[in-house]
Design a protein around this ligand. Sequence first.
Ligand SMILES: [Zn+2]
Length: 373
Amino acid sequence: MSSVDEITDDIYFAELLPWQHQLWQQITARVLSPSSSLPHALLAAGMQGMGKRAFVWRLVAWLLCRERDQHPAGACGHCVSCQWLRSGTHPSLQVLPLTQMPISVASANSSQAAELATKTGKKSAKAIAKASFTIKIDDIRALQPFIYQGGQGIRICVLDYAEQMTIAAANALLKTLEEPQAQVHLFLISDTPTQLLPTIKSRVQQLPLQQIEASAAQHYVTQALGSTINREAIGSSQIAQLLQLANGAPLAAIDLAQAAWYSKRALWLTTWQALRSGKRSAIAASDYWQSQLDIADFIKLTEMMILDIQRVCLGLTSSQQDIELPKAITTYQPSEAALEAMLYQLQQVKIALQQNVQEKFAYDKLMQQLAQL
Ligand SMILES: [Zn+2]
């Protein structure tokens, strides 16, 4: 791999996402203007796949960059600060949770994340990382000397998955938020800001990162998939479908297109019909699917399919135009209660898996449930 690839993959120096230009300009102009300054604490919140982390890491690098005045479009990449970031040892940057470091900060390179995912089984690196995230009161206390040390130069703290703070940690952070220190900036990132304490939310300024025009999203996903997927060209209706299923989040739509389970939706329908008609036993179906997808992916696939079956049963249009889902339920429609029971079962299996229930056992159970749907 060339070093150029590594640089372009790096979260700190990646290209700005096209829908973030205006916000970038507003913020950097504010920092560079002698008459205004950046708020002490900022929150990047909203669903996954909108690029909020990409924006924050890029901004962090730029704020720390020693040559930012000459490089308003992004960190210069070669000053001492930028070099510290590349080596993962910046003395003016603190990141929580600590368990996140190997994935998103020290080696933010997508191929490394993929490698990690392979090493740890087929689960996505994100899912593994998130499961182990909590920010505890001791973590917040450990930040205090860094925040209050005074001295020259800007210092930055990033709290990713901020909703994972314990109540005690959030209360400890509250004190820090109430006593802004010169040259210290706090960034909070959260996929589920509704889980943040209102007292925290009221003391941070939210970055408007959620507004993406549909045409910009469509264009971006088209470009990204055109250059990464080798199979036949993806049409605009496919892109629109991906975006709809990803609630309009472009990066999530790209992940979806590349997910192994996404290409198995028609197969899922076939299995479900075979189970229902008794042509296939739950055990046989379970054995087959275990060779196809890990249980976490099968759960995602099943969730999407059940939600779409629910839509069609309610008389709405299917979210998936490329498989024959409406046709599959013309002769037989599961009851609303059965669909709800299936969704409940999926949640139960997720919980059981966290408690180390065997994958095979979970798969068997889901197939039995599907056979009765
Ligand atoms: Zn620099």
